[in-house]
Design a protein around this ligand. Structure first.
Ligand code: ATP
Ligand code: MG
Length: 371
């Protein structure tokens, strides 16, 4: 099997008066596991249906290995789709479900046996060959759907929320299996989900969509660490937002005045000017918390220190999550890992007065608007 390279160029689609895809462009390289992530209704399934050939776009092109595939029928595109409900044939055994695409292609019984057995092993279904879909667990049905999609030897596999019918533990397990199947077969996977954890843990690249638009394409760490706007920062993981006005601009940092928090130092992630209104994001794991006021031996100007009061603590063994109230507007969420719980200073608890602080390197400007 070989993967294909896919280029989506300026794709738009409307249903009636509603534009559900707005000038979408991105590229997926051969063999990548590429996730498309976005809230319900943002257009993910519509996009996959257009790639699969089940829906036509109003505008745009789709190039597979530099060939336009829009004119090709779904079964001529070298693309297979796994839908959320698996769509297995209930009256066919596991073996016959997987064999089905090959029977249509008029393979001989011998060829079918050889191919089906290969994918039965890959999807770990050897012990369930004679069972019918109603006799399988959710995870097993999912594996039959994957084997049946792969037996066609597609160049690209489209997966539309393939794990959404499974419970949390099984999702985790199937995700690891999907990842390993992807490594084994080496073809291009385009994986649609609205679960950011799921997407981050397996993807080479991710695209974040909202309201029919692609907001950002990047590696999971780029998207987590350098979100292009507040929507992406909020959608991918938890975060804190702070809004302020630029009062000073230096070479690599700037100072912003924030109502209720004072003056904070920010990294100049993008051009800023005195007077601009900005929004920055700081992730919970990057904020530190102590009862004693911190003292910084080097570069104290890099650190932002804020005094607050613990509003809630959620202890989960390896870490605690704190909600720290600073004033009526700001409730910071932060996470402290317990490397040495009992050797730490006395555990911080509810209603304690605390200092929270972070290095300006660790916050990130997500919005700048000129005054
Ligand atoms: N055939 C159709 N006719 C009219 N509207 C449609 C049709 N298919 C989808 N839509 C609308 O297009 C928008 C995008 O739908 P789509 O199924 O692509 O979203 P999604 O991102 O896959 O959402 P979910 O995460 O809930 O599956 C929705 O507002 C939906 O109601
Ligand atoms: Mg969908």
């Amino acid at each position: 099997m070989k993967g294909s390279d896919l280029k989506i160029k300026n794709l738009s689609k409307s249903f009636g008066d509603t534009q559900v895809l707005k000038n979408i462009s991105f590229r997926v390289k051969k063999g990548e596991l590429f996730s498309i992530l976005g809230p319900s209704g943002c257009g993910k399934t519509t996009l996959l249906r257009i790639i699969g050939g089940f829906e036509d776009p109003d505008e745009g092109r789709i190039l597979m290995d530099n060939q336009d595939i829009l004119e090709l029928a779904p079964n001529k595109r070298g693309v297979n789709t796994i839908f959320q409900n698996y769509a297995l044939f209930p009256h066919l055994s596991v073996y016959e479900n997987i064999a089905f695409p090959l029977r249509i292609k008029k393979y001989t019984d011998g060829e079918i046996k050889e191919e089906v057995e290969r994918y039965l092993v890959l999807a770990r279904l050897q012990d369930h060959i004679r069972k019918y879909p109603s006799q399988l667990s959710g995870g097993q049905k999912q594996r039959v759907a994957i084997a049946r999609a792969l037996v066609n030897q597609p160049n690209i596999l489209l997966l539309d929320e393939p794990l959404s019918a499974l419970d949390a533990k099984l999702r985790q397990h199937m995700l690891i299996e999907l990842d390993s199947i992807h490594d084994d077969v080496g073809i291009t996977f385009i994986y649609v989900t609205h679960d950011q954890q799921e997407a981050m843990s397996v993807s080479d690249y991710m695209a974040v969509m909202n309201k029919g638009e692609i907001l950002q394409v990047g590696t999971p760490s780029e998207i987590y660490e350098k979100p292009v706007n507040a929507f992406v920062a909020d959608f991918i993981g938890e975060t804190n937002f702070i809004e302020g006005k630029v009062t000073e601009v230096g070479e690599t940092t700037g100072r912003i005045s924030v109502e209720g928090l004072g003056v904070l130092t920010v990294d100049k992630d993008c051009p800023i000017n005195v007077g601009d209104r900005v929004k920055l994001t700081i992730r919970p794991e990057k904020i530190r918390i102590t009862k004693k006021e911190p003292v910084f031996a080097t570069n104290p100007e890099q650190f932002n220190v804020i005094k607050g009061k613990v509003d809630e603590v959620i202890y989960t063994g390896f870490q605690s999550k704190f909600f720290v109230k600073v004033n009526a507007k700001y409730l910071f969420r932060l996470i402290k890992q317990h490397v040495k719980y009992y050797l730490d200073e006395a555990p911080i608890s509810w209603k304690d007065e605390v200092f929270i602080w972070w290095n300006c390197d660790d916050s990130y400007l997500v919005e700048v608007s000129a005054s």
